[in-house]
Design a protein around this ligand. Sequence first.
Ligand SMILES: [Zn+2]
Ligand SMILES: [Zn+2]
Length: 141
Amino acid sequence: MTTYQGKCHCGNTEWEAKLEKDQQGHILCHCDTCKYLSGSTFTLNQIIPKANLNIKKGESQLKRYTYYGESGKPVHCYFCPNCTSHVYHHQLVMGDDTIILRTGMLEQGLKEFKPAAEIFGKAKLPWEKEVAQTFDTLPPS
Ligand SMILES: [Zn+2]
Ligand SMILES: [Zn+2]
């Protein structure tokens, strides 16, 4: 288990995340929601236990945006109200103790992590090259 430091763009929010060896990589999500929320073609994520994320600064100021996922259950997105960086998402369908962390904002993670998988490949744009094993939606559990 390694601890990674993260911060939002403006620096009002700071956090650290403990990641197991097999979580030290980016899961690229190509879903249409990620396109809108990031303004790009995919986001960088990892699924971790909620207890392994420690928001050291700015947690009480975080704002929440909620949308409904493909499961019909809510997805809560927690973001810095000043700069709008998304710190983590909580998909209720995955239970109370599991969150989706944005690995693109972990200082060492962004430099060191490799693509581990690509999800929602069905929504991937045709000019994007495959960089990891790609699943149409989610990997079979
Ligand atoms: Zn910020
Ligand atoms: Zn997505």
